[in-house]
Write a protein that binds this ligand. Structure first.
Ligand code: SF4
Length: 478
């Protein structure tokens, strides 16, 4: 028997369950930005809109319904905020175990560690490196999220000084790491108003850590190495003590312990989604654990850390602590994270329309592509790196690639002709030649017939655009 009272899980909820409790004002007030209460209910169930967007629901009149709805829509994994303001991160808040059941929310923040025994200049360099880490992936800027300050010295005054130095250099949320409550308090005193995450309460220090979490109003990690019974018992005790924002750390192990680690993470998330309230908190994973094995070559440890991070991202980790700052370790993981947390039912797309590269003139080439983000940014990158002056018309294919949109009839002679018309390209060039992707070759006859433009079938891969233009542009008059 689990502790959670029996109620429908989020995936069993129907929009009608939510609709019944909404104000249902007639005619619909639309203050939520939706056409009516049913449209709002549909989005609330899939967590595309926050309950608080329904303004009338927040009034005294509907207080009881609001509380009921909040409970109904509460995810089985509690959402916890670390840090304050714009740079704060939300962790957990998961509604389901598997991504195909409902889109995941709150991408796993990645924290990079700083040990308090590092020299001051190295500490500041690491903070700067974390802050400036950026990667543009199909138009989205991917970043690192947090800094974990570790007390390797076990000296409260050194730890307090380092936490202060880090907090002065960055607004990123912090994790304060030590099992010594005196050390943690020294850190908390310097960032008492910034809501850092405290790591960690364990069997032998939980009461002092709980006191600190309550006193400074900070979320707290609960640690119990490979012992889920102990973990639950600690959670129960801490909740009764009054600490409500908890993060679970069942321990991260490598080598022979890895299978057990994955098993524990999976058991926790499965139990939470099955209604076990004591395990309904975000999970902390620590790929940094590979660095305990200092006898191995550095590159091998970095490679192991990269692999472990991707495994933990996949298996339910809501917050990660890592050590490596090298691009080849972090990039695969931030891209993997992006993909896990992207709605699989909505392809990543860019805005359709006319894009201008360089300084094209009336004789410049006109090309088309689709608005699938990966397709667009690949084409864009190939055009820019070859310094081509041209016009590119991006056709709205619902975010599908060229091949899929031709097969699914999203890229057709009709949609292309319409995109040409809307783009106003006829006023920008004096020729009527249109270069289409090689993968859309079979549309060329229909496009010519419908649009009146003459089609040149371009390369199947956009990397061939520079050579294609060199050989075929301007087109020879027939
Ligand atoms: S704001 Fe609330 S009451 Fe008004 S239409 Fe939206 S859901 Fe209905």
């Amino acid at each position: 028997m689990t502790e959670r009272t029996v109620k429908k899980s989020i995936k069993e909820l129907s929009p009608l369950d939510v609709y019944k409790l909404l104000p249902r004002i007639t005619p619909p007030c639309g203050e939520c930005g939706e056409k009516n209460c049913m449209a709002f209910a549909v989005k609330a169930v899939t967590r595309e809109v926050a309950l608080e967007k329904c303004v009338p629901l927040l009034t005294e009149k509907y207080k009881a319904e609001y509380v009921q709805l909040r409970d109904l829509l509460a995810p089985p994994v509690k959402e916890i905020t670390v840090g304050i303001g714009d740079r704060s991160v939300k962790i957990g808040g998961k509604a389901v175990q598997y991504r195909h059941e409902l889109t995941y929310h709150n991408p796993t923040p990645i924290a990079i560690d700083i040990a308090d025994e590092m020299p001051d200049n190295q500490i500041l360099e690491r903070v700067k490196a974390v802050e400036s880490f950026r990667y543009n992936y199909i138009g989205r800027i991917l970043k690192l999220d947090m800094i974990a300050v570790r007390s390797s010295s076990n000296d409260p005054s050194r730890f307090g000084a380092v936490v202060q130095k880090v907090a002065e250099a960055t607004a990123l949320p912090l994790i304060l790491c030590s099992f010594n409550p005196e050390v943690i308090e020294a850190g908390l005193r310097t960032v008492y108003n910034k809501r850092p995450l405290i790591y960690a309460a364990a069997e032998n220090n939980w009461n002092k850590m709980a006191e600190l979490a309550v006193k400074y109003n900070c979320p707290l990690v609960v640690h119990a190495s490979e012992d889920l019974r102990m973990l639950k018992s600690l959670v129960k005790t801490l909740v009764e003590y009054g600490v409500e924002d908890l993060v679970l750390d069942p321990g991260t192990f490598v080598g022979e312990g890895l299978a057990n680690t994955i098993n524990n993470f999976t058991m926790i998330r499965r139990s939470a989604c099955g209604g076990d309230k004591l395990l309904g908190f975000p999970i902390l994973g620590a790929p940094i654990a590979v660095w305990k094995e200092r006898t191995e070559p550095k590159e091998l440890l970095m490679w192991k850390e990269a692999c472990l991070a991707s495994i933990l991202l996949t298996r339910y980790t809501d917050i990660l602590i890592m050590h490596s700052l090298e691009g080849w370790v972090l990039l695969p993981n931030i891209i993997w994270r992006f993909n896990i947390y992207t709605d699989p039912s909505k392809p990543v797309s860019v805005e359709a329309g006319l894009k201008i590269f360089g300084t094209p003139n009336v004789d410049s080439p006109v090309m088309i592509t689709t608005n699938y983000a990966l397709t667009f940014f690949t084409v864009e990158s190939d055009i820019r790196s070859a310094n081509i002056d041209c016009f590119l018309i991006v056709v709205d294919t619902g975010g599908l690639s060229v091949e899929s949109s031709v097969a699914g009839r999203y890229l057709t002679a009709e949609t292309i002709t319409e995109a040409l018309r809307k783009s106003g390209i006829e006023e920008k060039v004096k020729h009527r030649y249109l270069i289409i992707p090689g993968l859309a070759a079979r549309l060329s006859g229909d496009i010519e017939q419908l649009s009146g433009w003459q089609v040149l079938v371009g390369p199947r891969d956009s990397s061939g655009i520079p050579t294609f233009l060199k050989d075929r542009w301007p087109p020879k008059k027939e």
